[in-house]
Write a protein that binds this ligand. Structure first.
Ligand code: PLP
Ligand code: COI
Length: 340
């Protein structure tokens, strides 16, 4: 497909097959040299550990075209490191950081026709993942693994981009203390699907999860961390050992402090504090920073009237972060990996 044939302005967040994907296989205790392939099919044993016991983890990052025409990725070293943490938790072999970064460069360069041009608010979403590919029947880790990195051009994650999201507090839990909430395990998302469909059936865009031990603290949503702003412009960010350490959220903390001179509090946030906040947003690679209008908990609606205002902190954070990613604002050292 020619670059010009895609409708960049109207891309959703979905899978589109691109020219190449990166594949490496792990066998007998080591990774092979890896390669790019035109074949989008995965062929594995019917009894592969991933199919029986969900032994899989993944990452998500984006490649952007900058204002001056370069192709860059944003802090991919942190994705490589987080994937290693996920692999350790799931008894999978880690894929070395340098190899992850080189595979990323190769993947993006081999799919240049699919990298959205500057100015459409679109990007090339990169999905690295790994799964246990060899057969197991008793519960144990696989002996063989496949690491893949695929890419797809994407637009906004939430269809309701311009308007604020309506969330509900889920009756289901996402992550147990000392469970897998802090890693990007496929199982966390499989078990969130029923909760997500329930939220949609009730007219909400996403779920907010509370901590499962006490159900008093705000954790995160199914696919993004959550951030709040107080009346006096303080950014308040829930801290918990059972949420995913979002790279976007960690970057926003620095953007808030260094670029916008804001006070930032990273701490446990009680649900009972919710009405102190005047802005709320979801942050993540896919979500970027999506404004939240309401959160409903057992029929009680909390409103964040300021989230969508042009002068909101959420909007200033969005403009600064995306400006850094698209080369309009100078980035802190090491945040941008230029691929072309
Ligand atoms: N929380 C969850 C559950 C996610 O799936 C994601 C997406 O990756 C995030 C938070 C945001 O993380 P990041 O900013 O690293 O994409
Ligand atoms: C991402 O933001 O990259 C994610 O993996 C979230 C997912 C729910 C799309």
């Amino acid at each position: 497909m020619l670059k010009t044939e895609l409708d960049w302005a109207n891309l959703g967040f979905g899978y589109m097959k691109t020219d190449k994907r990166y594949i490496a296989n792990y066998k007998d205790g080591s990774w092979d040299e890896g390669c790019l392939s035109a074949d989008e099919n995965v062929v594995i044993s019917e009894c592969a550990c991933v199919l029986q016991y969900a032994q899989t983890c993944f990452e998500g990052l984006k490649a952007y075209t900058t204002k001056d025409g370069h192709i860059v990725t944003f802090r991919p070293d942190l994705n490589a490191e987080r994937m290693i943490t996920s692999c350790e938790r799931l008894e999978m072999p880690s894929f070395p950081k340098e190899r992850f970064l080189n595979a990323l460069d190769e993947l993006v360069l081999s799919n240049l026709d699919f990298v959205p041009p500057y100015g459409y608010g679109a990007s090339l979403y990169v999905r690295p993942y790994m799964f246990g590919s060899s057969p197991v029947m008793g519960v144990k880790p696989a002996k063989e693994y496949q690491f893949r990195m695929i890419a797809s051009p994407v637009g906004p994650y939430f269809k309701t981009e311009a308007k604020a999201l309506n969330l509900c507090v889920s009756d289901f839990d996402r992550a147990a203390p000392k469970g897998t909430g802090h890693v990007k395990a496929g199982l966390n998302y499989a078990m969130s699907l029923h909760a997500l469909m329930t939220a949609h059936a009730n007219g909400y865009d996403e779920n907010v999860y509370l901590d499962s031990a006490t159900r008093t603290h705000i954790e995160e949503t199914g696919g993004a961390n959550i951030i709040f702003v107080t009346k006096d412009n303080k950014l308040v960010i829930p801290k918990s050992s059972t949420i995913l350490p979002s790279i976007t959220r960690r970057s926003l903390v620095e953007v808030a402090k260094k670029y916008l001179n804001l006070e930032v509090e990273e701490r446990e946030v009680l649900y009972s504090e919710i009405d102190k906040f005047v802005e709320c947003g979801l942050c993540g690679t896919a979500a970027v920073i999506s404004p939240v209008g309401t959160i409903t908990n057992k029929g009680k609606v909390s409103k964040f009237e300021n989230s969508t205002s042009e002068h909101s902190i959420i909007n200033r954070l969005y403009e600064t972060l995306t400006g850094i990613q698209r080369g309009e604002i100078s980035a802190p050292d090491g945040w941008i990996r230029r691929i072309k």
